[in-house]
Design a binder for this molecule. Sequence first.
Ligand code: ATP
Length: 796
Amino acid sequence: MAKKKTERKAKTFSEAIGFNNILNDKTGFILGLILFLVAIFLLIAFISYFSTGQADQSLVTELRPGEVENTAHEFHNYCGSVGAILSYFLIAKCFGIPAFLIPLFIIVCGLKMMRAYEKVDLWKWFFGTALTMIWSSIMFAKFLAPFMGDKVFNPGGGHGAFCVQYMENIVGEPGLVALLVITMLAFLTYATSETITFIRKLLNPVDYLKSKVKFTVSEQGDPTAQSTNIPEQQEVEFIADNIPEPARKKESATKNKHEDEISMSVDIAKAAEQADSKTVASENIPSTPINPREPFTMWKFPTLNLLKEYDSDSQINYVDKEELEANKNRIIKVLNDFGVQIKSIRATVGPTITLYEITPAQGVRISKIKNLEDDIALSLAAIGIRIIAPMPGKGTIGIEVPNAKPSIVSMFSILNSRKFQESTMELPIALGKTITNDVFMVDLAKIPHLLVAGATGQGKSVGLNAIITSLLYKKHPNEMKIVLVDPKKVEFSIYAPIAKPFMAAVDENVDEPIITDVQKVVKTLKGLCVLMDERYDMLKTAGARNLKEYNQKYLSHQLNPEEGHEYMPYLVVIIDEFGDLILTAGKEIEMPITRIAQLARAVGIHMIIATQRPTTTIITGNIKANFPGRIAFRVGAMMDSRIILDRPGAQQLVGRGDMLYLNGGEPTRVQCAFVDTPEVENISDFIAAQPGPVTPLEIPEPLSEDNGIGGGGGLDNQTIDPLFDEAARAIVQSQQGSTSMIQRRFSIGYNRAGRLMDQLEKAGVVGSAQGSKPREVLIIDENSLDSLIERLKSKG
Ligand SMILES: Nc1ncnc2c1ncn2[C@@H]1O[C@H](COP(=O)(O)OP(=O)(O)OP(=O)(O)O)[C@@H](O)[C@H]1O
């Protein structure tokens, strides 16, 4: 790819003619200035040629040695003998009047070299001026010459006159005229697609005029309404960007012509600002007294060449103007059919979808358009249409329509962006690109836990890989550890090489830290709960409120390592196919996950759980309450979307990494970055090849099999409330975990009922408090309760 880029670069005009080798800023400027002056000289000589050419003719055609010096002022041209000779050669001998395009092109070259107009594409100018000059020289020779009388030169020059003669001999006068018209049309069509529309209108003027008469846009009869939102130059920009013009599809005969009348402004998302370094993380040593990266201060972060570059990386989104126009017309038609008039329409082209933003005409209620959702979707006949009515914060309606040719958002383009490279987030996760082509990043440390769900094959695994990859590009092994749970056994095996530097595991798993066995998962999660408690104790003794504060204190020598203080890495726990685990191990899994999710944020433990089964048995109320960050890939049904995001929308995604990200507020549609298995393998091998930690970070063992969560861990039999059994039974029978119910039922005070609830939580009868809502009851029937109470008693 890099090679491709270089090849492409070498084709720029300046390089092709060797400008770049001689150009530094000053020489470029001086050369540009010289070119500029040469062009002005030529222009004066050319203009002067019109009046002096006849007088100089004989001198130039029969030039004798020494005459060039013009000592006796024989030449009349303002620019002397050189001006007379050049004008004669370029105008009379070559191109006639169109030779004026030569100094024009030289001026453009000069301005470019002076860096006054850096964005000028000299190749385009070269071909544009050369072709125009050749064509118009023939044209002038054919049509202008007869009117020029006895001028010394042919207006098309020697070249024009010769070509006219030559072609007329072969194809006659009509053939020559036809050739001139065809070449002109071809050139104009290439230069701007408006030519096609113009010719169409020209070919069918009656229909066009009829449509003009029929058309009314504004309900209120406001004649200016239709033109208010037609940013003309946007259209021009759009055309000038050289958008590929695929063959126009046959339009339906019944097409409503007035659709053409509402112009659409098109925003083509700009490419995200790219950085130019090879690595994305700063390798600078922090300026704290203790270096947290010791002893691996020479750690090299993965380089960008480990990732694959795609063609789409070097260009902005592919834009098919025909497609935009067709969609626009269909949207306007369907709305019109239902009596909804609109004022303006605006399209924003993203990597995989285009957002059409509609401003309804005055007096049209948004609810009316909202009711037409299905009709619009039906008329556009494409999957993945999402209607946002109204667009939050705007008075418009958004219709997201998938692009016929989506572009891949490569991990390379995301990690190479300035936004990612300059990010100071604690745990930066680069997810992909939004519709406006902005790199979409979130800080896992702030989310603080993420739920990822979507039907199978819609991009979940790629999404998890993108998350892990972005963390590996930014974090040092001392700063972050990962716990990977992979019941499918194959998804995360590519990360095996980074186990030692980057993973954490309980003692028995250190050799194979990627956990695939359910019992090991339970043990690891319980171990994480113990680690969490230990970290809390350390934070308490250090007087720190969270891991960041604690680490800062440690690094600035405010904590004594001999008292057990050490630098604490973030822990990211990633559980794939979380649904499978819940189905096999149930509450045993859910409870430690809930506990970690509730409490672990402050101590730097963050969780990402993924499932392809978005059902209420798997994504329970408890899970939802504790996983504020949600990512939904495409799902099969609206119900699934409601379970993941608390709203519909995910069923309308297009798949292949199209996702909705939600963390409070409104969901954002993001095209997930694509990272392929070979790329992840490259990164893993790169990391594994360097010196780093030799064993995974050890997670403490849970105290005993039953200890910890759900086994009555932390429940002190001495202080257990005498009403414990009865209260537990009342809760299980009513399946209602409410403190006020206990208060009422046993006529006890609020404090005692609260303590009882805490004990019931520790015993695993009810879940944790959820604000004012009743707690979730974790024991389904009395039999299970009896066995739990028996276990608690036997522990004594
Ligand atoms: N961001 C993306 N960009 C482009 N294509 C993608 C993207 N994400 C996924 N795909 C395509 O979709 C295919 C399936 O993706 P992936 O394996 O991530 O799905 P999944 O949801 O994890 O499936 P499963 O649940 O069966 O593991 C990929 O092989 C790839 O071709």
